[in-house]
Ligand binder design. Structure first.
Ligand code: MG
Length: 309
């Protein structure tokens, strides 16, 4: 049985929370960001094709001894489906109190270089994580706030959707379908009526395509379809964020789970970054967390280790 080394983030208990899909292979052991010591596991190629790759149980490396280099890393985190478990409605998400403490600690130890990267508006992010007001990218890149103390930069030119798109999308509202108007984008949530998914996707695509200049794009998500201008995305926003203090000069560690996060994974090589996805492999990711709970647990371990540095 041939075994291949695969890089893993530090401190991960791979047997419980991470699998690395075949797309990563073959892999030479690589350093990840400014992480001082990167854990490495050996997994068999044949096992990798089954659900949940089994790490080599004879691997002697104690992964938990490793830690992030807080002096050179920026931590960038998607919210829904990455930090938080998905809820039936966007307003229904719950932030565990322990996560507040973890994020505060990591924000402090990275010199403020921890940001939430979300499709939600900034005011929505602040409401969810109150009283924290962390650096954040909101609205898929429509808003960027690099520090707690500054007001966000907004893209005035693209803040409002054209009424010819907005009104038909509002018209899709019905029982089990929630239309979220963010101003610069709109989301059609159908988690409460999943059987309507195919028809809603067809109708949203039709509405968005009424403009011939590809001004808008449709982003399918987990029981949500979003329409936003093509002028910006999470990836372009992260590039801008990484030019601003305290993020400038650091290497981003990004974790995300959804279609909209693919734009971030795509630009990570440009900023010497590393990414991990949640629940499924995304192109450009180095590894995969199984669930948001696993992401929270790993962050908590990294925060606990911050006091040791
Ligand atoms: Mg997400």
């Amino acid at each position: 049985m041939r075994c291949l080394p695969v890089p893993a983030p530090p401190g991960l208990n791979l047997s419980k929370e991470l699998f690395v899909p075949p797309a990563v292979y073959p892999g030479e052991r690589q350093s990840i960001l400014g992480i001082k010591t990167v854990g490495s596991i050996s997994i068999s190629k044949s096992e990798s094709h089954s659900q949940g790759i089994e790490p080599n149980r004879n691997n002697p490396r104690p992964l938990d001894r490793d830690a992030l280099d807080f002096g050179s890393t920026a931590i960038l985190l998607d919210i829904d489906g990455t930090l938080l478990d998905l809820a039936a409605t966007p307003a229904g998400v719950l932030v565990p109190s322990s996560l507040q403490a973890t994020l505060t600690t990591l924000w402090k130890w990275t010199g403020g270089a921890l940001a939430l990267i979300s499709g939600r508006p900034l005011k929505d992010i602040d409401r969810i994580f109150a009283p924290l007001e962390l650096p954040a990218v909101g609205g898929h890149g429509a808003e960027i706030r690099a520090s707690m103390k500054t007001s966000p930069k907004k893209r005035a030119q693209v803040l409002l959707l054209d009424e010819r798109v907005r009104r038909p999308l509002l018209g899709l509202s019905r029982k089990g379908v929630l239309i979220e108007d963010k101003g610069y984008s709109m989301a059609v949530h159908y988690r409460l009526a999943p059987e309507l998914g195919p028809e809603l996707r067809r109708q949203v695509a039709l509405i968005a395509s009424s403009f011939s200049d590809a001004r808008y794009e449709v982003l399918p998500g987990k029981f949500v379809i979003e329409v936003k201008p093509t002028a910006f995305n999470k990836g372009t926003a992260v590039l801008q964020l990484m030019e601003l203090p305290p993020f400038a000069g650091r290497r981003p560690l990004f974790i995300g789970d959804d279609v909209t996060d693919e734009a971030v994974f795509a630009i990570l090589p440009d900023v010497r970054g590393t990414g991990f996805s949640v629940g499924r492999m995304i192109a450009g990711a180095t590894g995969v967390f199984a669930t948001p709970a696993d992401v929270r647990a790993w962050l908590a371990r990294m925060a606990a280790k911050s006091g040791e540095q």
